[in-house]
Design a protein around this ligand. Structure first.
Ligand code: SF4
Ligand code: SF4
Length: 317
């Protein structure tokens, strides 16, 4: 188990003291570091013949969160979505589509939600693990509902769990501290799963998430190319398919798993139009994209892009 934080304790308190300045620096540095790789990845992607596979498929199997992060539209004070749990047949259909296409990259159980609120999560993971043995299955969670027993349940099903310890002071939340103690006491019990605890400032200012972040508003049009239409599929609890976790309001919906094959959608006309728009203007042709300052990839996810460029299996770092 690793415990980490962006630039450690000083980074945490800098974010707290100068949230907007830190967000500006972070996005500026990310852009300059990532730009060459993203441009190259998009170029290679466009030159590739035949049907393509995404680097990452994310599922929102329940559209609710119990978190209070100031930057996130899914926080309990902001989110007005009606609670929906993804029906098992929708999840199974999406997984079958991925299996039939030979998907073997990153499968993430989280978009704008807390995945452990989903009562069917373990069954879904079992299904995904059986169908996609080579995919890297990952859960992003705020850790509030994660117990040692739950971790045990996920054993053999999940490759990586990222526990975002959102907090206002640089410390582990009580239940996460207990979890860390448990894993450190019995490391062999949890050895099959990479577990990472990220200490994150709950009121941070990050990207504006297509102008939908509660604590950062829309910006003028960015020219920086957004990689999401070339790399990602997001599947929401009602089966609708979009391209990006910033799309909290579902305006980038390109189809529905119930009627369409997930990989055919990724290779279909609507995705192609978004990509053409990125190549021409830097951003997909959509209102939220025009005002979005999202860089597109975390460092962990950038590793998948680098691996893909090198011709390796494009797992996240
Ligand atoms: S960032 Fe995650 S934990 Fe925080 S409110 Fe959003 S979905 Fe919930
Ligand atoms: S521009 Fe922003 S909202 Fe649009 S696809 Fe990219 S990251 Fe998502």
């Amino acid at each position: 188990m690793k415990i980490r934080s962006f630039f450690g304790k000083p980074g945490f308190y800098l974010q707290k003291a100068f949230p907007r300045f830190c967000a500006y620096c972070y996005l500026t540095v990310q852009k300059s570091v990532q730009h060459p790789y993203i441009k190259r990845y998009i170029r290679n992607f466009s030159a590739e013949k035949g049907p393509k596979l995404p680097l990452c498929v994310s599922f929102e199997t329940i559209n609710k969160c119990n978190g209070t992060c100031a930057f996130c539209p899914a926080n309990t004070a902001f989110d007005k979505r009606e609670r929906t749990v993804m029906p098992p047949e929708i999840f199974d259909k999406a997984i079958d589509d991925l299996k039939n296409a030979g998907f073997n990259a990153n499968l993430v159980m989280c978009i704008n939600n807390e995945p452990l609120l989903d009562p069917l999560l373990t069954e879904r993971l079992e299904k995904a693990r059986r169908a996609l043995p080579d995919a890297k299955i990952q859960i992003y969670t705020n850790g509030s509902l994660l117990t040692p027993e739950k971790l045990d349940e996920f054993r053999g099903l999940v490759d990586k769990i990222i526990i975002n310890n959102y907090t206002e002071e640089y410390a582990l939340n009580k239940n996460i501290r207990k979890l860390v103690e448990k894993v450190n006491d019995e490391p062999e019990q949890f050895s099959g799963t990479q577990i990472i605890v990220e200490i994150r400032y709950r009121n941070a200012v990050l990207s504006n998430r297509g102008g939908l972040s509660p604590n950062k508003k829309a910006v003028r049009q960015q020219k920086y190319p957004c990689v999401m239409p070339f790399s990602d599929i997001a599947i929401y609890s009602d089966g609708s398919v979009g391209i990006c976790s910033c799309d909290f309001s579902g305006v980038l919906t390109l189809g529905n798993v119930k009627e369409s094959n997930v990989i055919e959608l990724f290779n279909g006309e609507k995705y192609a139009r978004m990509r053409e728009s990125v190549i021409k203007t830097g951003r997909p042709d959509c209102g939220i994209c025009e005002v979005c300052d999202f860089v597109g990839r975390s460092n962990t996810r950038l590793k998948a892009i680098k691996r893909k460029i090198r011709g390796e299996r494009p797992y996240f770092g």
